[in-house]
Design a binder for this molecule. Structure first.
Ligand SMILES: Cc1cc2nc3c(=O)[nH]c(=O)nc-3n(C[C@H](O)[C@H](O)[C@H](O)COP(=O)(O)O)c2cc1C
Length: 202
């Protein structure tokens, strides 16, 4: 049982679904994920915080078999089937020129100027915040009753060239299959470190 710190703490059932019992899946039940579900994931993930509301994540949701096969073509051998057979596989990328959007995304300050002329700062921020958005994506998908299978074993340059061909400032970073996970395709849960191992309270 989770200690109740506040009367808005989520139920144990919800915490199990999002964290304790959620797994990274390799194989999928043959059950569709609809466009409505994809959009519902996005409507939640976009609410997660990013620095100065940068929203640098750029997502391509591969749902057609054609798109998934194309993406699988760039995946490591062991990941190809995990992409092809998933109901959806989303490419999580980022825009290194995200600052162009800041005048409307962060209207109360001249945040665009903070990043002008500093490519390295933009890269660091885009990478950090799009990774956070990818994490929100997985949590949102799980909260909506779906499972995830994140993967970085992909030729990311090839994915960038193929899928972001029209957007020279976008870069692919990782991909994530989404669907209804088949429990027979996963190993035992790997160990997780106890609090004292990698934490301290200062
Ligand atoms: C960013 C990222 C990249 C990953 N890359 C791969 C991958 O290329 N292939 C794969 O089979 N699993 C990959 N994984 C899955 C991890 O091995 C898995 O999430 C981890 O072992 C925890 O498993 P669990 O969620 O089932 O406990 C990746 C996970 C993340 C978050």
């Amino acid at each position: 049982m989770t200690e109740q710190f506040h009367d808005t703490t989520l139920s144990d059932q919800a915490l199990d679904q999002i964290f304790r019992e959620a797994r990274s899946y390799n194989g999928w039940h043959d059950k569709e994920v609809s466009e409505g579900q994809i959009k519902a994931i996005y409507e939640l993930l976009k609410m997660g915080p990013t620095s100065a509301n940068q929203q640098p994540g750029r997502f391509i949701w591969c749902k057609s078999q054609d798109a998934k096969d194309r993406l699988a073509g760039h995946a490591d051998e062991g990941n190809k089937e995990k992409v092809k057979t998933a109901p959806v596989c989303v490419i999580i990328g980022y825009d290194t020129e995200f600052h162009d959007q800041l005048p409307w995304l962060f209207p109360h300050a001249d945040a665009k100027s903070w990043f002008e002329g500093d490519k390295e700062k933009r890269q660091t921020n885009a990478f950090r915040n799009s990774a956070l958005q990818g994490a929100y994506l997985m949590i949102a998908a799980r909260a909506l009753g779906l499972d995830c299978g994140p993967m970085s074993g992909v030729d990311l340059d090839a994915v960038t060239k193929d899928f972001f061909a029209d957007e020279p400032n976008y870069k692919a970073d990782w991909i994530c299959s989404i669907g209804y996970g088949d429990k027979s395709t996963i190993f035992e849960r790997s160990p997780r470190p106890d609090f004292d191992k990698f934490n301290s309270i200062a």
